[in-house]
Design a protein around this ligand. Structure first.
Ligand code: GN1
Ligand code: MG
Length: 352
């Protein structure tokens, strides 16, 4: 830790460090010293094999906002003593430091519709203010991250090469997910549809990635590792996946999983408040599909990982990723039940 902090010009003896947050991939600490509070993160380099690409994207966005004078609150990383956005330690990995935004707080579970609306507004705003960036200049930090067709292929591969016992025991869920494969087919059609635009996409729109101020208004979005060219369905879909139900992917009592219509409406309103002019008509027609797309993908990813002995997500208890996959399959079912009702809602909100 001494060496890491020294990389940012700080002394361990003058700082206190406490583990922070609940991300599955990176390690995060809150660091306090006489100057204030900071967020220190170790980038998981098993997942992000080229962390310098993350730094490159940060720099691109920071410079674009500066040059164009956009009024957007961007939390730039604290530079290392040699002016870089990441500090590398041979044999250990990459670290980065952010100032803790004074007066800000984040939320772990969406507690009311206003929070959902504010978050959707912030993710929409992020894409909108960066719409002038040529997306091809962004580095692809995780190749094919939200490529649903590939996730489906990886699931089929796990059925061939994965843990036999687990495959046999999960037969019911495996078939259920196979039965939904038309959700992946629809994504294939999106990829070749010229009406779908690649935009600066966040790809991890959970509520804890939004900073709120003391009046519960959104300040900005954080956790920009997965900012890459992408389709809006990734961002809107992950909001649906994580805001619509009162319980998260960790919930074992599946009876608690439900779709809250008012939260759906809040996502539509918040997102379209920023993105109504940007989205094409065909994209708007896929608003509801976004939720199916992301929930199905997450169900496939959790189940694939379970069949592959939890090598990606890890597991806190035996069967953890199976429970998460089952949870997401139930969420998918609940959302599908509301297709008719909720597809009407988007056009209502868009025309308001
Ligand atoms: C991972 O680490 P975290 O919680 O920000 C994952 C997301 C999943 C999420 C599920 C790089 O995000 O795609 O939706 O877990 N990120 C990566 O909780 O795989
Ligand atoms: Mg993340």
């Amino acid at each position: 830790m001494d060496r890491i902090l020294a990389g940012f010009g700080l002394k361990m003896s003058e700082c206190s460090l406490t583990p922070f947050g609940n991300g599955l991939i990176n390690h995060t600490w809150i660091l306090k010293n006489a100057e204030g509070d900071f967020i220190l993160q170790k980038v998981n380099s098993n997942v992000f094999t080229k962390p310098e690409d993350i730094a490159s994207n940060f720099d691109l966005i920071e410079n674009y906002l500066k040059q164009t004078g956009q009024n957007y609150f961007f939390v730039a990383p604290v530079k290392t003593t040699d002016g870089k956005s990441l500090f590398f330690i041979e044999g250990d990995g990459y670290y980065r430091l952010f100032p803790f935004v004074a007066g800000s707080h984040s939320i772990v579970v969406v507690g009311n519709e206003d929070q959902a609306r504010e978050a959707a507004k912030q993710f929409g705003l992020f894409t909108k203010v960066l719409s002038g960036i040529d997306v091809d200049r962004l580095k692809i930090t995780l190749p094919s991250f939200h490529d649903l067709s590939l996730r489906y292929q990886q699931f089929l591969e796990a059925l061939e090469t994965g843990n036999r016992e687990r495959i046999d025991a999960a037969a019911g869920l495996i078939n259920e997910l196979k039965d939904h494969s038309r959700i992946a087919d629809r994504y294939e059609a999106i990829k070749i549809n010229p009406g779908f635009k690649k935009r600066v996409t966040h790809h991890d729109t959970k509520i804890s990635n939004v900073l709120f101020n003391q009046n519960n208004k959104g300040i900005c979005v954080i956790d920009l590792d997965t900012v890459m060219p992408g389709y809006f369905i990734s961002d809107v879909g992950d909001m649906m996946r994580t805001y619509l139900s009162p319980v998260s992917e960790e919930e074992k009592d599946f009876d608690k999983i439900e779709i809250r219509d008012a939260y759906y409406k809040a996502i539509v309103q918040g997102y379209l408040e920023q993105m109504n002019e940007e989205l094409t008509p065909i994209e708007k027609e896929h608003f509801f599909y976004s939720g199916l797309f992301m929930i199905y993908m997450q169900a496939l990813r959790f189940l694939t990982d379970h069949l592959n002995n939890d090598r990606y997500y890890g597991a806190k208890y035996e069967g953890h990723n199976l429970v998460r996959a089952q949870n997401q399959a139930v969420l998918l079912k609940r959302l599908l039940e509301k297709q008719e009702l909720l597809t009407a809602a988007i056009f209502l909100a868009a025309s308001e």
